[in-house]
Ligand binder design. Sequence first.
Ligand code: FEO
Ligand code: CA
Ligand code: CA
Ligand code: CA
Length: 598
Amino acid sequence: AGTAVGETGAFGFTSIDPVPYTVDSFVVPEGFDWTPIIRWGDPLFGDSPAFDVQNQTPEAQARQFGYNVDYTDIIRTSATTAILFVNHEYTNENIMVPAAQLEGDLDRVRRVGMKAHGLSVVELERASETAPWTPVVGAPLNRRFLDDTVYAFTGPAAGSPLLRTVDDAAGTSPRGTFGNCSGGTTPWGTILSGEENFNGYFRSAGVSETDQRYGLGDAETARGWENVDPRFDARTPGYENEVNRFGWIVEIDPTDPASTPRKHTSLGRLKHEGANVIVAANGKVVAYTGDDERFDYLYKFVSRDAFVEGDRAHNMTLLENGDLYVARFTGDSPAAEIDGSGALPSDGGFGGTGEWLPLVVGGASAVDSMSVEEVLVYTRLAADAVGATKMDRPEDVQPNLLTGKVYVACTNNSDRGTEGKDVADETNPRTENRDGHIVEITEDAGDQTSTTFTWTLLLVAGDPAQNTTAYFSGFPVDQVSPISCPDNLAFDTAGNLWISTDGAPSSIGYNDGLFRVTLEGPERGRVEQFLSVPAEAETCGPVVHDDEWHVFVSVQHPGEDGTFEAPTSVFPDAWKAAPLAGVGGGYTGIPRPTVVQV
Ligand code: FEO
Ligand code: CA
Ligand code: CA
Ligand code: CA
């Protein structure tokens, strides 16, 4: 803390070399070390059974840390105590359980998988400020949010007929959360988590316009949960609307284990990657959120009420009511110069102006022939109707709290410019965008509630050795780390951007990793690789406590292309004695999604 924007000296490291995707290793810079904090299967409660990988049960999994770790935060509550939040996006049954159980005991496998989804809150402690964090088994705040945890809908669509089912005639109390990807921690200390690929959990008739727009179809789902619980089949009478109860931003209070988690309808229903909040100058809070799908949109929410410093109960209501907008970008270069190659236009950069198009304003719908409830439940259709800009899979969207500028990770879009699909534009300038890019938005007059903005592309990602259009805001391409498929974003105390990636093995041929990007000053655009994750893993989190020289990542789906019997990663147990080896089991022979401290 205490360093100026752009000053990187407070946290020094020498970039690591990228690691070929064929190598299973976890690599950190020289002089750093890493420790697993908590792994899939580790106990959270005094009665949690020891992890028995050969004989998993739903009852045991419900009391243990869940699977694929994605959004992560570590909220420090004293010098030696903290609260860890992690969501568990999805499961990889092919590497979680023996093949014989996948064939012969499938219902049990499905129920274990359900309990491995959701959210976890875990108290942490450490012996000193330089010691690694360790989980406190049985701590008062420890909590798993499971498939049967009851949530409360808030906002204008709560109670809508579109949200009612045979289990919940009031349409106010959905159960469970699935496909949670990224998220954000609010200025009032709660956690937001995005329900992303919820469509993958539901079978439906697949014929309606809304089913098709949200990717719902009449085919057995990959996990087949509709075979053990009829609510996952929208063709079941009484459960037609169950799928409408997913695709929301969830807010949880990690300091109150008895609290009811909420799903905020004001932020719309889409494949939310996550949401991140900033307090505007007038006190209103603004949440930015991306819809991670090829050719989907970027949104922002502006609260009706203002933030009140110190009034946590009030601030926890701020995401319940407000205005919802979707972004339209306009480029400022001649259209003929945007040819899909990714080559810079003659004015030397991709950029222009933009508008936030209203979907709901002042409690009223701004979309012809759609009610407020329809706009919020079928937000993608509303955004289609107003002419928003189709983006290359907007993942994490996060404002830099030091500058107010907003960063959008567009991870890739293999369909851009292909037959029958939208062609490249200045905001998404590559045909068959393999490597992704980062959009930087500056709200007009520095006002986060503004309805107009300017924008530029900070990075057009790639490996300069493989791709001549990789662009780093003009920083010399022979002095950067190759980077591809940006996904999650975070900032350090000096205002540098940290980017974790998901997809580099199949694009530039390197394992995914974590990168620091200088934003301000003469080194703007400098990309330095901090770490590299094991084979077939994506890098999640990240959490950057540069004031303590600590960085945390969640290693999601290590070895996902292997099998239980023939694993392709041995992370982490084969390399590091885990902190809970005595309770959570030693090396199981298979990879385990893990939160790591560096
Ligand atoms: Fe779950 Fe958009 O990554
Ligand atoms: Ca993601
Ligand atoms: Ca983030
Ligand atoms: Ca991703």
